[in-house]
Design a protein around this ligand. Structure first.
Ligand code: 5CA
Ligand code: ZN
Length: 409
């Protein structure tokens, strides 16, 4: 699949700092020091509805990761998937009488437009579940042949007991895992499973549903977790730097994915850090497609909201916080954008070299975007109240917020 166009990332003087990031698996902050090419996998959308502010907030967090790494003069190898065949997509298409492939294509196209408007840097590999199927089948066969997977009425399940590290990503107790499994696409109550938590790797063809040739597995379609693992291993290999997504993916998705990969390769860990963004709520409840309490990025854009203001609204919350979208959050971002634009539109101003370092430091410290905004606010307030004569300052501030925060003034 094609991704979306990249906006240019200006080069800044000097060099950024190595990223310290909170890792869900070790429950602490670790310093990542990748080689010349940093590797990141971020779970993509299930395209049955438009991009909402919650999605955008999560992708914003991982866009900051890329920007910090680029500023350390590394290359970034970024991979993202599109879950373009899965139960929720098929259910929505059936409910609305749409063709599921058309629904997926339309919503993926809209996602690309939203990501472009928000200046999110694109992945180098943007891969759909459907196009990944030829790579998924042999992985499931390998797991089965190694005794890490078993068949149940034609479906193939992964045996969580085959990975000694199972449970080490999300650190949840058995009861919590069972509840979340039932809530998030698993089937802990299906009779015949070796462990109630075992997730499906390959679902045998169901009447009226799309299916693909699965070789020795028979016709069917892939389970959700193996989709991301196949794509990540194909394009990044084991031991990549960050596996990213929203906090609702820690269990079961990232837990199961890590176990699939570790059982397949015998290597540990799949990723050096498992990084999870907080959930954005609307009217007190997590914004979610299934609940329908959504604010769409495309709807805001259509209503004339500057995407740069949307980006600033996302940046005004720490990525790990759960937060609530309100009209005030957007109004504050619009006002901040006006102040910042006024400050950099002057021909000269207060020196900004220290500001570059402050923004770098804030982001390297577990992506503290609110601290980065506060640093820019301080420069902007001082600049708007004084008559500095550094002719390079406004340009340097513009380039800094563009390169490190994706904010185009
Ligand atoms: N296709 C799978 C991942 S392989 C999926 O979870 N798709 S999704 O469309 O449901 O979500 C896409 C990303 O947005 C995920 O990382 C998810 O954790 C994140 N996300 C979903 N809802 C919210 C929310 N309310 N706040 C923050 N992030 C969210
Ligand atoms: Zn995923």
């Amino acid at each position: 699949m094609h991704a979306w166009p990249a906006s240019e990332v200006p080069a800044l003087p000097g060099k950024g700092r190595d990223l310290q990031i909170h890792d869900t698996a070790t429950q602490g902050t670790i310093t990542l020091a990748p080689g010349p090419v940093a590797r990141i996998y971020v779970c993509g959308i299930t395209p049955y509805d438009a991009t909402h502010i919650g999605h955008a907030a999560t992708y914003n967090a991982f866009d900051l990761v890329q920007r910090v790494w680029l500023d350390t003069k590394r290359q970034v190898h970024y991979v993202q998937n599109v879950t373009d065949v899965d139960d929720p997509l098929l259910e929505r298409a059936l409910r609305d009488g749409h063709d599921w492939t058309e629904l997926a294509e339309r919503e993926t196209a809209l996602f690309r437009e939203d990501m472009t408007a928000l200046r999110m840097l694109p992945p180098q590999h943007y891969i759909g579940a459907v196009e990944a199927i030829p790579g998924i089948v042999p992985l499931v066969e390998r797991l089965r042949d190694a005794g890490a997977a078993y068949e149940l009425d034609g479906d193939v399940y992964f045996s969580v007991e085959s990975d000694a590290h199972f449970g080490g990503v999300s650190n949840l107790d058995a009861e919590a895992m069972r509840l979340l499994s039932a809530e998030r696409g698993g089937d802990p109550d299906r009779p015949g499973k070796k462990n109630p938590l075992d997730p499906m790797l390959w679902m045998a063809a169901r009447p009226g549903e799309p299916s693909w040739d699965g070789g020795s597995l028979g016709r069917g379609r892939p389970g959700w977790h193996i989709e991301c693992v196949a794509i990540a291993l194909d394009h990044l290999g084991m031991g990549f730097d960050i596996q990213g997504g929203g906090s609702d993916l820690a269990f079961p998705h990232h837990e199961m994915g890590a176990s699939h990969a570790q059982a397949l390769t015998g290597e540990f860990p799949m990723a050096k850090a498992y990084v999870h963004a907080g959930m954005v709520a609307l009217h007190g409840e997590k914004m979610s497609k299934s609940k329908g309490n959504l604010v769409f990025v495309s709807a805001l854009r259509r209503a004339g909201v500057d995407p740069v203001a949307i980006r600033l609204a996302l940046l005004s919350h720490h990525y790990r916080a759960d937060w609530e979208w309100t009209d005030d959050v957007l109004a504050e971002a619009v006002a901040r954008l006006e102040r910042w634009r006024a400050a950099v539109s002057r021909p000269d101003g207060l020196p900004a070299d220290a500001l570059v370092e402050e923004v770098r430091e804030a982001l390297a410290n577990d992506l503290d975007a609110p601290a980065a905004l506060a640093a820019v606010d301080r420069w902007v307030d001082a600049q708007n109240a004084s008559d500095g004569d550094d002719e390079s300052a406004p340009g340097l501030v513009s380039r800094t917020v563009d390169a490190l925060l994706g904010v185009a003034l």
